[in-house]
Design a protein around this ligand. Structure first.
Ligand SMILES: [Zn+2]
Length: 309
């Protein structure tokens, strides 16, 4: 059985974002604390005892406190059920949480060479001592099974695949430590329970739903999909920024080429948006946008949402 916990469902900045006075952030700060969400990450486990994080958000410390499955086992002086972290990109909201895991517990970081090169180029990540924290490269279209701290198999098979996206935002206009171009900046994951063969997909960033992606996702039991913005020009229209969703490597939920329309009719069991920006009105319980998304079969998960496959 594969267990999944949504540690955080929001995009970078979370809900509310520290410096944002948009309607959603204001409500989350005042009369509607249920709108609050931490930055996107999920935890997965095949045995219920050992867990792997998919991305390590800047809110990881708070997420670890809020999630009982990730607490140190009773009776142990130093312990964490976290056996590894799988990184799907090098954005701050995917890697900054690693800095909160610096207290000497052994685990493995699994990431594409392009993302590992970012960690290597930023010496602050050396705080994760190489003797206890292994960094293991993963490759596109090559399935791997993350291992437990004692080297035993985890029972989880992960297939990383390339999805349309962008390199890390803070590297825009800079030389990427792994070279100027190449696939691997944005990965989707197919995550399977080896015992049952059941699987789901994780795509927290995706700029476009290609025909290839459609055929991959068709018939899936469950997907977590990029829900950053409702409409492509949302940040500009709200006066919150000058970037489009596309400019940030994120497909919009709405519109002819948006996620809701593009992924309709594919016989996907459970569709959940993840990485939802605080500007996105779909977060509001009774908004027209929320209704459209839910009518199309999409869920807007709260932090702490659990799923078993
Ligand atoms: Zn806001």
């Amino acid at each position: 059985m594969l267990r999944v916990v949504v540690l955080g469902a929001a995009a970078g900045g979370g809900v509310p974002q520290w410096n944002c006075g948009c309607p959603v952030c204001r409500m989350a700060r005042t009369e509607h604390p249920e709108l609050q969400r931490t930055q996107a990450s999920i935890a997965i486990s095949a045995d219920g005892d050992h867990w792997f994080l998919v991305n390590a958000s800047p809110d990881l410390r708070q997420q670890l406190i809020a999630t009982r499955q990730l607490h140190p086992r009773a009776g142990k002086l130093r312990h964490s059920p976290v056996s590894g972290v799988i990184l799907t990109n090098g954005e701050i909201d995917a890697v900054a949480g690693l800095l909160s895991m610096r207290e000497g517990w052994p685990f493995t970081i699994y990431a594409h060479a392009r993302v590992l090169s970012i960690l290597k180029a930023n010496s602050i990540f050396n705080v994760l001592n190489a003797r206890s924290v292994r960094r293991q490269p993963i490759e596109i279209d090559a399935a791997f099974e993350p291992t437990l701290p004692d080297g035993a198999p985890s029972g989880i098979e992960i297939l990383p695949f390339a999805v349309p996206g962008k390199g890390a935002w803070y590297l825009e206009g800079e030389v990427h430590p792994a070279g100027a171009s190449g696939a691997g900046d944005t990965l989707g994951l197919r995550i399977a329970d080896k015992a049952s063969g059941k699987f789901f997909y994780f795509l927290a960033a995706c700029a476009d739903v290609t025909d290839e992606l459609k055929s991959r996702l068709a018939g899936a039991t469950a997907i977590f999909f990029d829900g950053t913005v409702w409409r492509d020009d949302e940040l500009i229209a709200a006066g919150l920024g000058n970037k489009t969703g596309q400019g940030m490597g994120h497909i919009a939920m709405s519109g002819d080429r948006g996620a809701i329309t593009s992924l309709a009719g594919l016989d996907i069991g459970r569709k959940m948006f993840l990485h939802i920006n605080n500007s996105n009105p779909v977060l509001l319980l009774h908004s027209a946008e929320r209704e459209i998304a839910e009518r199309a079969g999409w869920q807007i998960p709260a932090d702490g949402t659990e799923m078993t496959l």
